[in-house]
Design a protein around this ligand. Sequence first.
Ligand SMILES: CC(C)(COP(=O)(O)OP(=O)(O)OC[C@H]1O[C@@H](n2cnc3c(N)ncnc32)[C@H](O)[C@@H]1OP(=O)(O)O)[C@@H](O)C(=O)NCCC(=O)NCCS
Length: 89
Amino acid sequence: MLGYALGEKYWGKGIMTEAVRAVIRYGFETLKLDLISAYCYPFNTRSKNILLKMGFTYEGTLKLAEKLYDGSVNDNECYSLTSEEYNAI
Ligand SMILES: CC(C)(COP(=O)(O)OP(=O)(O)OC[C@H]1O[C@@H](n2cnc3c(N)ncnc32)[C@H](O)[C@@H]1OP(=O)(O)O)[C@@H](O)C(=O)NCCC(=O)NCCS
């Protein structure tokens, strides 16, 4: 499972897209993983866009999956990329 966070002053420069691309390559080409998954909150458009740019597929939503520091309880959207899909890109 993939997760990522970047200091806010570095957002919007394409840094995490580049980092995620490298980690995915390492996962499939070196570790020989079959599948990489990632979850994000439905409102986290920046995060979702990274996954879609990398070719991840939306699998479904886990409802009320996580409680945040502010007490709100949020759904989690589940995404995945298989080695077959990666090799076809
Ligand atoms: C989600 C998060 C990692 C995104 O990081 P980021 O580096 O801003 O993401 P990206 O790599 O997609 O960069 C965003 C934009 O940079 C822009 N950009 C500017 N220069 C660029 C370049 N040289 N190359 C590529 N993109 C560039 C692009 O427009 C891109 O957006 P778009 O492709 O949708 O148009 C960051 O907002 C974060 O850490 N958030 C808090 C933690 C979090 O939410 N983590 C995810 C939990 S699921």
